[in-house]
Write a protein that binds this ligand. Sequence first.
Ligand SMILES: NC(=O)c1ccc[n+]([C@@H]2O[C@H](COP(=O)([O-])OP(=O)(O)OC[C@H]3O[C@@H](n4cnc5c(N)ncnc54)[C@H](O)[C@@H]3O)[C@@H](O)[C@H]2O)c1
Length: 345
Amino acid sequence: MSKAKVRVLVNGYGVIGKRVADAVAKQDDMELVGVSDVVADWRVKLAMRKGYKVFCSSPDRLEVMKKGGIEVEGLLTDIIKDVDVVVDCTPAKIGAKNKEMYEKYGVKAVFEGGEKHETAGVSFVATCNYEESLGKQFTRVVSCNTTALCRVLNALKKAFGIVKARAVIVRRACDVWESHRSGVINTVGPELHVPSHHGPDVKTVLHDVDIVTMAAKGSHNLYHMHFCVVQVGAKPSKEDVIKALEEEPRVVLVSGRDGVEALNSIVELARDLGRPRGDLYEIPVWEDSIAVLDGEVYLMWATPNESNVIPDNVDAIRALTELEKDWRASVEKTDRNLGVLSKLY
Ligand SMILES: NC(=O)c1ccc[n+]([C@@H]2O[C@H](COP(=O)([O-])OP(=O)(O)OC[C@H]3O[C@@H](n4cnc5c(N)ncnc54)[C@H](O)[C@@H]3O)[C@@H](O)[C@H]2O)c1
């Protein structure tokens, strides 16, 4: 399929959906047909204010949305025939249920990291395996954590080869908007199952990487923190590792020497960049944390969970529709339109 503008609908207008909608609206090769949801909260009301057409994803929610003040354009099933790609940003596991509808209407769909790899049959990180999704009906943009692991490991893999990678993830407890519902205070909750699901998930994109991950839930609500040890195939210097990371799209270096000393520093830095919502699309790796000891690369980075997968969603639309067959051309276009940087400061 190849046409001037791909018609995109975002199903589920929450943390990821509202960002994907804005990102799609910024692409000159895509048209945001509208967004669809099942509630009438302030988020959906802001979508209306932006001029986005709002649809209802479930007939039994239509009256609730109308009574809640939403000018609903119609049901999702009324518009879906006129859509090329649905980006399904509904909560985990609902996408898998929606797959039947997408199959019935013959529409392409991008699923998110809360869905299993098997739902789409192919998983996606634009800078790693764009080609695998070309022309497919479905793909899955992997989770924020998996995306970050893939981007950083891909840089090391291309430069030096990877013998094995081991990573520890301290996850944010919950998203900001829901912190009053499910926050965790003053503790760390380890995931007692090893490996955590992140390692196997990386292999859905970087198929041959030997990786094991462990994870814990922290008591903060912005960004995940990753600690990684990678046995590489060559004997790089610290400078070689820095160069490899600098050359990788959507990975940036930050430093404690510049006052970037913790997750909160990066949150504030991201706000100062002036992007919508203070979003950070890049993975900031601490240059100070990089060490090469006995052929193993040690490094730490932050994963901006609300926003790092947004550019990949845009690229996934281009891959499914074959709007662009070359991953680098799609990534460069998306990054130009979103203002993605190779240096944050
Ligand atoms: N929040 C994150 O940090 C993050 C990061 C990366 C990937 N993801 C993944 O993105 C997906 C969406 O997560 P989120 O955090 O944006 O969720 P969210 O809860 O913030 O938003 C989900 C939205 O979907 C709507 N919704 C619920 N049921 C629906 C239905 N049947 N049809 C249509 N809309 C429905 C909700 O009203 C809400 O607006 C999940 O797969 C999640 O795992 C989340």
